[in-house]
Design a protein around this ligand. Sequence first.
Ligand code: XLS
Ligand code: NI
Ligand code: NI
Length: 440
Amino acid sequence: MPEIFRSLPKVPYEGPQSKNPLAFKYYDEDRKILGKSMREHLPFAMAWWHNLCATGTDMFGPGTANKSFGAPVGTMAHAKAKVDAGFEFMQKLGIGYFCFHDVDLVPEADTLAETNARLDEITDYIKVKMADTGIRCLWGTANMFSNPRFMNGAGSTNSVDVYCHAAAQIKKALDCTVKLGGRGYVFWGGREGYETLLNTDVKFEQENIAALMRMAVTYGRSIGFTGDFFIEPKPKEPMKHQYDFDAATAIGFLRQYGLDKDFKMNIEANHATLAGHTFQHDLRIAAINGMLGSVDANQGDYLLGWDTDEFPFNVYETTFCMLEVLKAGGLPNGGFNFDAKNRRPSYTYEDMFLAFILGMDAFALGLIKAAQLIEDGRLDAFIKERYASFAGPLGQKIRAGEATLAELAALAVQKGAPALPGSGKQEYLESVVNAVLFGG
Ligand code: XLS
Ligand code: NI
Ligand code: NI
């Protein structure tokens, strides 16, 4: 097998003092943090689509990066070259997992039968590579948003034939995910939403999406899929409004349709910020509902209103993410999928390596700092103290749901006007965070 990234080495850990661009400064895979190795805390995944398929095309011009990997684009030879490139890349970076859409793996054919045959062929090829390298599949999904037939969505479409086609794609993508031992199956509702309410029956569409998900669960379980189904919330783009707006909305939807036992959230940083939240907010909402499943690790640009899918760089964000993940006890069937792409002018093979080094180091540093914040204890102690008034008999009664409104009203009269509830000390807490992050 000819080496594709010939001039690029296996990336070593060299520590924060290293000036070697092709070395990790923080990601030291065997280093133990809170009793577990960094590798165990951070199951990193490569997104097939961004890393092996996307060339930097945008609305104003064609791609700048060559991702042919020596084979004619659009052929099965190219599909295999992408597998070769992907596995060499993951091995050189020390990445343990990958994520894929059906049509990232093979070019879509004119018939489902032919596309499915191609998927069988490529997954056989991938399986051999997996056995050789120990690299595993984090999650699979079906691309139900690129082909023009999905212009009105898949589950939300007005066309029963398109709906049927979507079911076929999900079935096959589940077959492939199970064949590759994937730990999760993702629904990102790319076009599950609307452009205008003037032509849309929202209730009808949401019921149909739920029915499609229910069929997927039934089928998945019947073929031995024991992992988690994930919804990946996103408020908009490509549609003006998407039904899985944010974690809270998606969780409400799952509960309404009785899907909450089988589904968790795949939280993407840039989607949370598009919804007007922080990344940490959506992670927290998922976590407190027992639905923090997986993470699409990227970041947006606060000055731009779209999904820029940048590699994670902001260490405050990765620290707060890892704080949520550590407190939730990790991601049993999830991981950190770099749903991120190089900027268009960063078009070389070396840039692909540098981008993952940045992202993996940003998360490793976030993990180190989140663990230090937990060990430091001042944030947790402050929060505990902040609610201390509920620790007494009255608070306990309220928490147990045993108090009545009339009883509390009578007590309030007896007690007279309450004192102010105590300072929130946000500025102090922020200075604690900075001391832990930068105090050496
Ligand atoms: C797009 C989404 C997509 C999903 C997988 O914004 O992030 O890449 O992760 O379909
Ligand atoms: Ni995205
Ligand atoms: Ni994503």
